[in-house]
Write a protein that binds this ligand. Structure first.
Ligand SMILES: Nc1nc2c(c(=O)[nH]1)N[C@H]1C(S)=C(S)[C@@H](COP(=O)(O)O)O[C@H]1N2
Ligand SMILES: [Mo]
Length: 199
């Protein structure tokens, strides 16, 4: 009890797998959306990062694809208790997208094409922990799962991974997003089981 052997955590795939508390394993990829799936054509798609000073950094679809991409293989954990292990994505690291962005902000509100919002600390998007993902399992990301592109922040509950992401608004104060305003936890660390406010 309480002893953690080095190298034990999160390595094995089927038997004896280590999941965050209260989670179960699924091989499916459930679709969870608060509303209808927006159809966003890549011809008109644009992604922006807006600073607290109002400076807008903008990428078109070809500009996003021209940036160096990564292929993270990550475990994802939904607050409705399913976890999926070893999911394979392609996307652009937020380290790349934020590289030339000057800001004093400590928080981010992600805004999506369907009107969805979610908030997170800016530092959680840095250090190889978050991507704008546009491929899943070797194929273009399906609209139901957030295509053309979604935010991917796998170390937090999956509601933080905004599908159809349109803008990252950098903010000086922490402003609750859609689910956070409705009682979900502000931060949402699955390993600390931060599902709801007060957890
Ligand atoms: N834009 C947008 N992003 C969203 C949602 C949404 O309704 N709209 N749902 C969130 C929730 S609650 C979860 S669990 C995941 C589900 O992603 P999936 O449908 O690809 O499994 O997307 C998150 N991102
Ligand atoms: Mo969710």
């Amino acid at each position: 009890m309480g002893v953690i052997s080095p190298g034990f955590r999160g390595r094995r795939r089927d038997e004896g797998v280590v999941l965050p508390p209260g989670q179960y394993l699924t091989k499916d990829f459930p679709v969870l959306s608060a509303g209808p799936t927006p159809r966003v054509a890549t011809e008109t798609w644009e992604f922006t990062i807006t600073t607290e000073a109002g400076t807008v950094h903008q990428w078109s679809w070809p500009e996003l694809l021209a940036l160096p991409s990564e292929t993270p293989e990550v475990d994802i954990h939904c607050v409705t208790k399913w976890s999926k292990l070893g999911t394979r994505w392609r996307g652009v690291s937020l380290d790349v997208l934020l590289e030339d962005v000057e800001t004093a902000a400590e928080y981010v509100v992600a805004h999506s094409y369907d009107g969805y919002t979610t908030n997170l600390p800016l530092e959680d998007l840095l250090d190889g922990r978050a991507w704008i993902a546009y491929e899943f399992d070797g194929d273009e990301l399906e609209p139901e799962h957030g295509g053309p592109a979604r935010l991917l922040v796998p170390h937090l509950y999956f509601w933080k991974s905004a599908k159809w992401v349109r803008d990252l608004e950098l903010t000086l104060t922490d402003e609750p997003g859609f689910w956070e305003a409705g009682g979900y936890h502000d931060y949402g660390d699955p390993w600390r089981e931060q599902r709801y406010q007060g957890d």
